[in-house]
Design a protein around this ligand. Structure first.
Ligand code: MOS
Length: 731
């Protein structure tokens, strides 16, 4: 295994290739909707066209007349057959607590109101379209975070306070006070939200793409009122998730119910448009940032306020000022998070869910401060660097922000950048350069893994973890190969099945940091069983031969730092969630990074291009430089989308999404991406976990939007505080 690789190119030569690469490119990899079950019936959703009111009547006659229709589930047939259950951060399992088809109530546009089951997909779709719903509307919905009819609520547990902000702000010689806005965004994984359910007697098998199969198992058992041990959830490959497949959604129980009612395997693949409301999304946010500083750029007062849209049913906020309040040295801090309830579906987690919007606000404000001070933005960050959490006074386990900034700046060529705006030009293009810090909490959760070594030197690793495309199979095989001293191609890995030892959610960039320590624990137990010295990796096969045992198998468990021993019970109930970041009693632990961007704005058309982007990230020990590099570069491209393309457009009249398809919902395409470079800065942090791993899945997104908006300012002199930045903003 390659330790602490700093150059991605050198690392790519040694990092193991994709474990599942061949299966993916040959089509052998079976995603949950590819699994063929006997006698499958197909389901289709009919979703509401209003956001607020009740169903006054349902005319199903035309739908029933479609040949092949087997069943139609509505609130009249479902009702309490699916039990009410709390959402994940109210102590439950679900991503949203509102039960569609539980009653005639309509709580959001796009809410499922009927599920048609038919012999073919075409019949189910036709019948779903022929359902006629009459609604009793209940006035105008609250649709948008700063529109009418919404209800704001301060979330006091998320407030942050240190020193005396008001006094320090009033006394600060230099002040920046600015407001920022980010839009709703949807993950739009290419694999749609699919669910297949089949009953064999009392036993239910669910094939569904998931970031947390045990969450689906236990949550669904509660909703259906059955023994969790009668449910198996299989999710061998996931075609993109980005937070949208993190927790159980309401669709799964409806498909399970349809399968029980019809005695058939039932398959639902929600359409792209329906995907906008059957799972979560990134809520729109608003921010006010106040920075007070001395004339030499030392922060004296840091005021951070955030507003995040949520649904009426679930009060949910990402509240990432738990991080933005801790990034820079400052004695006087006041932070407040507010949830704004609207008549919309419950938002959720979308790759760097709170970090991206809160970083956009803080890191753009810092750029504004740098101009107010006449100071280079890199030097402003250096003046405020810290290795102590300014809120709680706790030490960082490692703080490599300035190393990332310096390595990134060097690779980018930042020192040649003129301070003033509007100076760089290349023909018809105005050129600008901007930077921002990136950060993400170093999280990990409780985890278990089974490792088996057999006499012919083959190793098998198994856990109920998840391959989302991020490289979980590869990482697991590589760690086991390294820990047992065998070749990578001698290791097989099984994932994504609740029959396997339970793992934490593959979210919060925590999966590798959770899984690797459990693999290491299992392998250490195998070496111990073989009577080996603890650091001996090369002699495992010889020791196995000497022992005469044909097979050695061990379960490895790891418990994340800060978790009580009792928390292992949560692992076995599908309730393990990652911890870390700023949530620990004795320290804070973050992955940190810096991002540098050059934009070109056309002088006449105002077209905006990202000509090049350099990110430098310190994420502890990098297990596989190839997959980590892919995650970081992918995150940076996602960040370009966040800055320039992505916005779920809400129609204020009925709180609907008017661009709920991949033609109108803009994401970057190859032609939008020129040069994107990710540098992995060497960092040794043995406090975060026994593998020294800080996750890499999300940090690449975090600073990009601010770096791009700062670069646009540098090119044009126009300060844009609302995402996405579009041509019309620069006219
Ligand atoms: Mo990620 S948004 O934590 O799946």
């Amino acid at each position: 295994m390659t330790r602490n690789v700093t150059s991605p190119n050198a690392a790519l030569a040694t990092a193991a290739p994709r474990y599942e690469g061949r299966a993916k490119v040959t089509g052998a990899a079976r995603y949950p909707s590819d699994v063929r079950l006997a006698r499958t019936a197909h389901a289709c959703l009919h979703t509401s066209r209003i956001a607020l009111g009740t169903i006054a009547g349902l005319d199903l006659a035309a739908a029933w007349r479609v040949p092949g229709v087997i069943d139609i589930l509505t609130h009249e047939t479902v009702g309490d057959a699916v039990r009410q259950a709390p959402a994940i951060f109210a102590g439950g399992y679900l991503s949203d607590s509102f039960r569609p088809l539980g009653s005639p109530r309509i709580a959001y546009w796009g809410q499922p109101v009927a599920l048609v089951v038919a012999d073919t997909y075409e019949a189910a779709r036709e019948a779903a379209q022929k359902i006629v719903v009459s609604y009793r509307e209940q006035g105008a919905p609250g649709a948008a975070i700063d529109g009418p009819g919404v209800t704001a609520q301060a979330l006091t547990p998320m407030a942050v306070k240190a020193g005396d902000f008001d006094a320090a702000w009033a006394a600060a010689p230099v002040q920046v006070d600015a407001r920022y806005a980010t839009p709703a965004q949807h993950q739009n994984p290419i694999e749609l939200f699919a669910t297949q359910c089949v009953w064999e007697g009392e036993r239910l098998t669910v094939h569904e793409p998931s970031q947390y199969v045990n969450n689906v198992k236990f949550g669904l058992a509660g909703q259906l009122g059955i023994d969790p041990e009668h449910i198996r959830v299989v999710s061998t490959y996931v075609g993109g998730a980005f937070g949208a497949k993190g927790f159980l959604t309401q669709r799964t129980a409806l498909v399970a119910l349809a399968a029980r009612r019809t005695g058939r395997a039932v398959k639902l693949v929600a359409t792209r448009e329906q995907g906008f409301t059957v799972s979560g999304y990134r809520a729109e946010t608003r921010h006010r940032v106040r920075l007070g500083a001395t004339r030499d750029g030392r922060l004296q007062a840091l005021g951070l306020e955030g507003w995040e849209l949520t649904s009426r049913a679930d009060t949910l906020a990402m509240g990432a000022l738990s991080m933005t309040a801790r990034l820079y040295a400052c004695k006087n801090i006041a932070g407040q998070v507010n949830a704004v309830a609207a008549d919309r579906s419950t938002p959720g987690f979308m790759r760097a869910p709170g970090e991206m919007p809160y970083a956009f606000a803080l890191e753009t404000a810092l750029d504004e401060l740098s101009y107010a001070l006449g100071m280079d933005p890199v030097e402003l960050r250096r003046a405020n660097d810290t290795s102590i959490d300014p809120v709680g006074g706790l030490p960082y386990t490692s703080s490599s922000l300035m190393r990332c900034i310096d390595e990134g700046a060097r690779a980018f060529g930042w020192k040649d950048r003129p301070r003033q705006t509007g100076l760089l030009r290349d023909g018809d293009w105005l050129v600008g350069q901007g930077c921002a810090s990136a950060f993400y909490p170093a999280l990990a959760g409780n985890c278990s893994v089974r490792v088996r070594l057999d006499a012919n030197g083959r190793v098998h690793v198994a856990a109920a973890g998840h391959e989302l495309g991020q490289g979980m199979y590869t990482m697991m095989a590589q760690v086991a190969a390294d820990e047992l001293g065998v070749a990578f191609d001698r290791v097989t890995v099984t994932l994504g099945d609740t029959e396997l030892p339970p793992a934490v959610v593959s979210g919060g960039s925590s999966a590798t940091a959770s899984m690797a320590p459990a693999i290491m624990a299992a392998c250490a137990a195998i070496r111990k069983r073989l009577g080996m010295k603890d650091d001996d990796r090369a002699g495992v096969l010889a020791a196995l031969a000497r022992s005469g045992a044909g097979v050695v198998e061990e379960l490895g468990e790891s418990r994340a730092h800060g978790n009580a021993p009792e928390s292992m019970r949560d692992l076995y109930r599908g309730k393990a969630l990652p911890s870390g970041g700023a949530g620990l009693a004795d320290r804070v632990q973050f992955a940190l990074g810096a991002q540098f961007v050059e934009v070109r704005v056309h002088a006449l058309t105002r077209e905006i291009r990202v000509a090049r982007a350099v990110g430098a990230f310190a994420c502890g020990h990098i297990i596989n430089a190839r997959t980590a590099h892919g995650q970081l570069v992918g995150g940076m491209i996602w960040g370009i989308g966040s800055a320039l393309h992505e916005q779920s457009e809400v129609d204020a009249r009925n709180a609907s999404y008017i661009n709920a398809n991949l033609a109108d919902y803009l994401v970057p395409v190859n032609a939008d991406i020129a040069s994107v470079e990710a540098i992995m800065v060497a960092e040794e942090d043995r406090l975060v976990n026994s593998a020294g791993v800080k996750g890499v899945g999300e940090i690449g997104v975090v600073g990009m939007a601010a770096a791009i908006s700062n670069a646009v300012f540098h090119a044009t002199g126009r300060r844009l505080r609302s995402l996405p930045i579009r041509i019309e903003d620069l006219l």
